[in-house]
Structure formats: structure tokens, C-alpha cells
Design a protein around this ligand. Structure first.
Ligand SMILES: [Cu+2]
Length: 105
């Protein structure tokens, strides 16, 4: 009886502890330059056949980059599924040019 109750409590508490630990780590790193993201708007020129990157012509990003055509790495394997050449997109990316978000506009 006690073991069952403890097991239920542990199952309930563990994900919360894990989430708290993750958000604590996230907060500690939030100020680092490597985690900084930028927002941009552009047009997709190419999607890699394996979905690992996109070449996007982006508009001027004030204070960061002038308009140019460049490669962005997909953040996940699924991220660029459903996008194709010519799509107008709004997207965010890290200082290493990894996409953190992308949507059609
Ligand atoms: Cu650029």
C-alpha cells in the first residue's frame, strides 16, 4: 500500500522536477551570445532534399545583416517539411544560423 502510493507520487513529481531542472538550466544560459536569436523575413530559394538546410533570400535585418541569400541549418529533421522554393517565410535563427522557428506568411 505504501509502496504503491510512493510510486504514484514519484511518477507525478518526476516530470515536474525534470521540467524545473531544464528551465533552470535555460535561465542560466539565456544571456549568453550563443543562444541569441534573430528574426527575419525572406523567400526560400532551395530546400535540401534531405531537409537539413534551406537557402533563403532574407530581407535586411536591422543592426545585424543586410539583405542577402544564405544557408540556414534546420533545427530538426521535420522543420522544413511542407516548405518549398518560392515560399515567403518569417523565421528565427541562432548566431550559428540554425533555424529555431519558421512559418509561411
Ligand atoms: Cu544573412
Amino acid at each position: 500500500m505504501h509502496c504503491l502510493a510512493l510510486s504514484i507520487i514519484l511518477r507525478t513529481v518526476t516530470p515536474i522536477v525534470a521540467l524545473t531542472a531544464m528551465s533552470t538550466v535555460g535561465c542560466g544560459r539565456a544571456a549568453s551570445a550563443a543562444d541569441k536569436t534573430h528574426d527575419a523575413v525572406g523567400t526560400i530559394q532551395t530546400i535540401a532534399p534531405n531537409g537539413t538546410y534551406a537557402i533563403i533570400s532574407h530581407e535586411d535585418i536591422p543592426g545585424y545583416m543586410p539583405a542577402m541569400t544564405m544557408q540556414f541549418t534546420a533545427g530538426t529533421k521535420e522543420q522544413l517539411a511542407g516548405f518549398t522554393q518560392g515560399d515567403r517565410v518569417a523565421f528565427s535563427f541562432t548566431e550559428k544560423f540554425v533555424l529555431t522557428a519558421i512559418r509561411k506568411r
